[in-house]
Design a protein around this ligand. Structure first.
Ligand code: G4P
Length: 300
């Protein structure tokens, strides 16, 4: 379901998550392993505050495993425990309860020292639409439990899902809005299917994606689309459009007069990307940079 996020929706979504935060011990921040930076909500740090957080890099089955390892290390360097999962197949999901307990270890040990029996750790999943929140809730619950639907501002009675171990999960996730202000993030969200491509120009999304793919996964493009002369660097949209044109010609995406239909060609490329036909790819990499002599982490 596509939703338009207006400032009122964002305020309400933020307030609802803040209400839920009062009930829980640990936040599971769900992001897309293919675009770990662009699939984060821009205000997530402010919203989550000091609650212990486990960053879950979902859809790891579609992402480049080497890059996922780099990103996991990057989040840990920022002080967030991070873990890669595939909520669809369940890979990595069974480790989540132990990781959540680990984040609460000091508190649990204090309770045990006082002779108290620790209660189950309570968690909330937060993330932007389509990142896999409902899939993960169902996977953790072991049944079809999660209410789906991405409507900001819709509240239901809060219910806890017992996951069979000592973890309890709020049955409704916190729905956060995606990044809008950064056009590159918008393109990556559209390329991976997190936001509907109608919102943006699909051929521009495809060209931006091609610039990244040519640099990082050139051989994949060369092999799949027979692009023997693909350069490593596509410095501008014009050079990317030429590659898109070559893909369109190769794939028979023609409009009248033998011209390539760029939208069709873009559709072919993006469908191949989303369905995994181009292999396991990650479109963002963490790059450590130094700012004013101090280490900082930035992405490109
Ligand atoms: P949401 O609640 O955060 O909005 O996301 P939801 O669980 O509905 O998942 C969105 C889509 O992402 C679903 O596909 C789901 O199957 C897919 N998905 C979730 N987790 C994973 C994962 O780990 N790996 C892969 N490959 N896919 C995952 P869908 O409903 O079929 O939509 P679509 O595939 O037609 O876009």
């Amino acid at each position: 379901m596509t939703i338009q996020w207006f400032p009122g929706h964002m305020t309400r979504a933020k307030r609802q998550i803040e209400e839920k935060l009062k009930l829980i011990d640990v936040v599971f921040e769900l992001i897309d392993s293919r675009i770990p930076q662009s699939s984060r909500n821009p205000m997530v740090d402010e919203i989550v505050g000091s609650k212990p957080r486990l960053v879950l890099l979902n859809k790891a089955d579609l992402a480049d495993p080497g890059r996922t390892a780099e990103w996991t290390a990057w989040f840990r360097a920022l002080g967030h425990e991070a873990h890669a999962i595939d909520a669809n197949s369940g890979a990595g999901v069974k480790e989540i309860p132990a990781k959540a307990r680990e984040l609460m270890r000091a508190k649990i040990e204090r309770q045990l020292a006082k002779g108290m029996k620790p209660r189950p750790v309570r968690a909330l999943i937060v993330g932007i639409p389509n990142v896999g929140k409902s899939t993960l809730i169902n996977r953790l619950a072991g049944r079809s439990a999660a209410a789906t639907g991405d409507r900001p501002g819709v509240t239901k009675g809060q219910q806890w899902i017992r996951t069979g171990s000592d973890l309890e999960l709020l049955d409704t996730p916190g729905i956060l809005w995606p990044k809008f202000e950064d056009p590159n993030a918008g393109s990556l969200l559209a390329a991976t299917g997190a936001i509907k491509e109608e919102v943006l120009h699909i051929d521009e999304v495809a060209c931006f994606t091609l610039q990244i793919l040519a640099a990082d996964y050139g051989d994949v493009l060369r092999d799949r689309y027979g692009l023997a002369h693909l350069p490593e660097r596509l410095p501008d949209m014009q050079s990317a459009a030429e590659v898109l044109e070559a893909i369109g010609r190769r794939r028979g995406c023609l409009a009248g007069g033998g011209h390539v239909d760029f939208e069709k060609a873009a559709g072919v490329l993006l469908r191949d990307l989303r369905s995994g036909k181009l292999g396991r790819l990650t479109l963002e990499s963490p790059i450590p940079v130094t700012v004013n002599g101090a280490d900082a982490n930035e992405t490109r």
